[in-house]
Design a protein around this ligand. Structure first.
Ligand SMILES: C[S@@+](CC[C@H](N)C(=O)[O-])C[C@H]1O[C@@H](n2cnc3c(N)ncnc32)[C@H](O)[C@@H]1O
Length: 263
């Protein structure tokens, strides 16, 4: 059986940790794992899902979202239409965080979000937009820091309740995004290792956060070029808090705090 998954450019350390966990969870030796991957397609897909790390949260790293709100969306106000690509969107919290800010900025009708991930389970969860509630109570604090507080003026407090955008069901222990937040979002399966831009448009903003840390330098550099090639002039790129582009010039980017601008 031939598969087009290729993990050879994932960082050795994290891949090794994931494989060790898979061997232990499925009670397999490495040789048995190799044979099963070649013969069992369903198992192969499961292992791909097990290898990817899907941790995410609403308004993860609030300071980055404050920058999106107070700087980036301000610069996009003039545009007639805004295209955003969320690369490695996991279960969708990043996509809905952006949608809340687009709504607050009055840009939701003009903005189209394209959200991709290699893990199809995550894409399905993202489409549903239903998350465990109690486990994620810190969501509420992130929301407060980004949507309600203005870091440029702490005396200002925007009394925009969380429940404008999310429904909480304490008995079922779920928090769900309200249906209107799901408009203008396209979720698709996409593998960064062997696919470039599947949407055939250029973007105003690309977010690829906490994905590149799992890749080696060669693949990271290839992807910086893909992002640069698929951003409009003066478009924005946001990476994870611990991810940076070394040699921004080579990829035609200028760094501004939490984000990069395509020259
Ligand atoms: C840690 S999550 C980051 C989620 C979100 N961007 C955030 O920062 O909260 C990393 C995501 O990258 C995805 N990923 C890993 N390898 C990928 C690949 N080759 N192509 C596309 N997505 C990939 C994983 O499935 C996972 O959902």
């Amino acid at each position: 059986m031939v598969s087009d998954y290729d993990f050879s450019d994932y960082s050795d350390k994290s891949l090794l940790r994931r494989i060790e966990k898979i061997l232990s969870d499925y009670h397999l030796t490495f040789e048995e794992l190799k044979i099963k991957l070649k013969t069992d397609r369903v198992f192969l897909e499961q292992v791909v899902r097990d290898i990817t790390v899907n941790t995410t949260e609403l308004f993860r790293d609030p300071k980055v979202w404050q920058t999106v709100k107070h700087r980036i969306l301000k610069k996009l106000q003039e545009k007639e239409s805004i295209n955003i690509w969320h690369v490695g969107c996991s279960s969708g919290q990043e996509v809905y965080s952006m949608k809340v800010l687009l709504h607050e900025a009055g840009l939701a009708d003009r903005a189209h979000q394209f959200a991709t991930d290699v893990n199809t389970d995550m894409i399905e969860r993202a489409k549903q937009g239903v998350y465990p509630y109690r486990f994620n109570l810190e969501y509420l604090d992130n929301y407060k820091q980004v949507v309600q507080i203005n870091p440029l003026n702490y005396e200002e407090f925007n009394d925009i309740p969380f429940t404008n955008y999310f429904s909480v069901d304490e008995i079922r222990d779920t928090i769900s995004v309200k249906p209107f937040l799901k408009q203008n979002i396209e979720f698709s399966k996409h593998n960064l290792v062997n696919e470039e831009n599947i949407f055939k448009i250029k973007f105003d903003l690309i977010l690829c956060r906490n994905v590149l840390i799992y890749f080696n330098n060669r693949l990271q550099n290839k992807l910086f070029q893909v992002f640069s090639d698929n951003l409009l002039r003066k478009g924005f790129l946001i990476l994870g808090a611990h991810e940076t582009i070394l040699g921004t010039e080579a990829f035609n980017f200028i760094k501004h705090g939490h984000y990069y601008i395509k020259k």
